[in-house]
Design a protein around this ligand. Structure first.
Ligand code: PGA
Length: 255
């Protein structure tokens, strides 16, 4: 059972770090970063690097890992796709769904994201639902509506059991890969909205306990102010997780 009180540091490697690069990263990172038992560390390599990753972290049970996306089906004629059931064979224990790059580049809609979350859960993988607004939506005052629509739409096809186990990542699209980080108060405001929506759909108790990550231009210089912001339980880091030294500094925060 996941300890919901521990901060969660998650790295999204996106389409970086092929199979031949994983071992060098892990060996450098593990010399810089001593295991800590008061935080959870998870890396999301590209799917082709999952098996090399599993081999590279053998013996470091503090380094967990997961898949960035899965197909909505368990198996079938879906060229190029990977199912959650297949991922569980790599010992990956985490899975993302609904990342804004999946939504904008591949057309993942809210219902599809919900189906993916369910598939991850059924395969014994901890699902993370990514949500976040574009700059146009924010400027039009639609932050609440967008987060509510994304959460409601994804939770709709899910059973009560799955809904209760979700982790969330709030990632404003305008902050992803842009260097424009949300302020701690922007993050707190959005995380409070996620909790409010979860309270309405699941219940108050779940909304209080749920883990919500902030993502969008997190780096060593701003990790402290973001991870200590009210309602922020961890971070999902893209660019700054690709360098073992900066990822080690991020994961050391609050030790
Ligand atoms: P970034 O990406 O840290 O490079 O902004 C975060 C993410 O997309 O998960």
């Amino acid at each position: 059972m996941r300890d919901r009180k521990r901060p969660l540091f998650a790295a999204n490697w996106k389409m970086y770090m092929g199979p031949h690069e994983v071992e060098a990263f892990i060996s450098k990172y593990t010399t810089l970063f001593a295991p800590r038992d008061d935080a959870t560390i998870v890396i999301f390599p590209p799917s082709i690097s999952l098996v090399p990753f599993a081999l590279a972290v053998e013996g470091r049970s503090d380094l967990e890992f997961g898949i960035q996306d899965v197909h909505t089906e368990v198996q079938g004629a879906h060229t190029g796709a990977i199912s959650a059931a297949m991922v569980s064979g790599t010992q990956a224990t985490w899975g993302l769904a609904g990342h804004s790059e999946r939504r904008s580049e591949f057309g993942d809609g809210d219902a599809m994201v919900g189906t993916k979350l369910g598939r991850l859960f059924d395969a014994g993988i901890q699902p993370i639902l990514c949500v976040g607004e574009t700059i146009e939506e924010r400027e039009a005052g639609r932050l609440f509506n967008v987060l509510e629509r994304q959460i409601r739409g994804a939770l709709e096809p899910l059973s009560e059991d799955v809904r209760r186990e979700l982790v969330y990542a709030y990632e404003p699209v305008w902050a992803i890969g842009t260097g424009h980080t949300a302020t701690p108060s922007d993050a707190s405001e959005a995380h409070a909205i996620v909790r409010e929506v979860v309270a309405a759909i699941v219940d108050e108790e779940n909304a209080k306990a749920v883990t919500i990550l902030y993502g969008g231009s997190v780096k060593p210089e701003n990790i402290k102010e973001l991870i200590t912001a009210a309602g922020v339980d961890g971070v999902l880091v893209g660019g700054a997780s690709l360098d073992p030294a900066s990822w080690a500094v991020i994961c050391d925060c609050g030790r």
